[in-house]
Design a protein around this ligand. Structure first.
Ligand SMILES: *Cc1c(COP(=O)(O)O)cnc(C)c1O
Length: 440
């Protein structure tokens, strides 16, 4: 660059071209403009990185929370399909088809549901089933289940949005079948269905009782059970050793339908281990009412989601654990994590100042599932809070801090990502001496 005109602001184009980030030119130009406007053209790289940081990108989940809502919940085996699919084409007849036909078929095998539809998330599944079954009428909900799930999902609010009037049943800690019967026998009662909500993110203890689905099924109106977490079968036939201990008490779709629920609703990105979506499954006539409701169109997912969900459900039927990363992370034994930790420490190398050591840790299921239950894990521990440096690595490594030390929990890290942990922790140790952002 010439030095003859030092005061002239640098050309936006030249600045944009000087950038080494992998961004389209229009965004490099935005970064250059922002840097010049702020009077610091020499920091243009920094402005470009701010834009880069906004984009969705792969990160390494080293938090020890298996279903981390900030990280997209369940780890996904992404399968990008062809350019076109038979999304709504019935290949047998050549006529317009049903976009949920395949998933319908698989779900009837997986959890013995007569019919299934897929919507955008668990909240949409509850909203649509209430709108279809109880709009303009009443829905009976136990006071102990009139809960907030988090992120703005409150049962009374969702009921109100569906057009159903909530009828509170029983007490906060105890609700029995008679309480429901009394709600149905009120003068002018107009109760169209019962909603039973799984308290997935908290526990009531002590003098408590709720009415099991099997008893509710004796009522003369349909029972909708919002399972939330999406365990499809309590027997976990896709796991060689059967269900792990922490799953005991977690309601499952197959068993809840067998107990007489008319409909179950659940998320696909919690214990199911799939993409963000929601399922309504159960009695064919009621699922059809949901499918015909005008809201169904507004809440339906696209082919990318349906394809990914379908491949996850097929993996369940094939008992193919390698295609179910969530269940792989759940079932890996601690000694395997210990071995991986030892390799990572070896690869980082020795003789540097900030030591990394392997320590026992407790991983969480997360996303409100199995509250209070932990899985034994192994974490790599470094003194001090290095979360920021680890996020600055490429790909970002998301760690947690506990009592002033940084913990990189290996249970939530896929073995293929161990190499990233090596370079990221290497960067942490060097970062005091340089401003290296850790980009390779
Ligand atoms: C998570 C959850 C929901 C909401 O599901 P999203 O997929 O997050 O919309 C609703 N009900 C229960 C019981 C849940 O656990």
């Amino acid at each position: 660059m010439t030095k003859s005109q030092p005061r002239r602001p640098p050309s936006i184009d030249a600045l944009a071209r000087s950038l080494e980030v992998d961004l389209p030119n229009a965004l490099r130009v935005d970064a250059a403009r922002a840097a010049v406007a702020a009077g610091e053209p020499e920091r243009v790289e920094h402005y470009a990185r701010l834009i880069e940081r906004l984009l969705l990108q792969p990160v390494v989940n080293a938090t020890g929370v298996l279903l981390h809502t900030n990280l997209g919940r369940a780890p996904l085996p992404v399968s990008v399909g062809a350019l076109a699919t038979n999304l709504e084409l019935d290949l047998a007849s050549g006529q317009r088809g049903d976009r949920c036909a395949g998933i319908n078929r698989i779900m009837s095998t997986l959890c013995a549901a007569e019919r299934t539809i897929v919507v955008n998330n668990g909240a949409a599944a509850v909203l649509l089933s209430l709108a279809a079954l109880a709009s303009g009428a009443e829905v009976a909900v136990s006071r102990g289940e009139s809960v907030e799930i988090g992120g703005g999902f409150r049962v009374p609010d969702v009921a109100a949005q569906s057009g159903a009037r909530l009828v509170d049943v029983g007490t906060t800690n105890r609700t029995n079948l008679n309480d429901y019967l009394n709600a149905l026998r009120r003068p002018q009662a107009n109760v169209a269905c019962v909603l039973k909500v799984h308290p997935s993110n908290f526990r009531l203890e002590g003098f408590v009782a709720s009415t099991p689905t099997r008893e509710l099924a004796s009522l003369p109106i349909p029972v909708i059970v919002d399972l939330g977490s999406g365990l499809v079968d309590a027997a976990c036939p896709w796991l060689q050793g059967g269900p792990p201990g922490w799953l005991i008490g977690e309601p499952a779709a197959r068993q809840t339908l067998a107990d007489g629920a008319a409909l179950v609703t659940f998320s696909c990105d919690k214990l199911l281990g799939g993409p963000q979506a929601g399922i309504i499954a159960g009695r064919a006539d009621l699922v059809d009412r949901c499918a015909r409701h005008p809201l169904a169109r507004a809440l339906r997912p696209g082919s990318l989601i349906l394809e990914t969900l379908q491949s996850v459900l097929l993996a369940y039927l094939n008992r193919d654990l390698s295609s179910l990363p969530f269940w792989q992370m759940v079932t890996v034994d601690r000694p395997v994590l210990e071995q991986r930790a030892a390799h990572i420490i070896d690869d980082i190398g020795q003789g540097r100042s900030a030591p990394v050591k392997a320590v026992p840790s407790e991983a969480l299921i997360g996303a409100g599932s199995a509250p209070g239950k932990t899985l034994p894990s192994i974490a790599l521990e470094v003194a001090g809070d290095h979360r920021r440096q680890l996020r600055d690595h490429y790909p970002p490594v998301i760690a947690r801090v506990d009592g002033g030390t940084t913990l990189v929990d290996l249970r939530t890290v896929h073995p293929d990502e161990d190499a990233h942990i090596v370079t990221a922790l290497g960067t942490v140790r060097e970062a005091t001496a340089s401003e290296d952002l850790g980009h390779p």
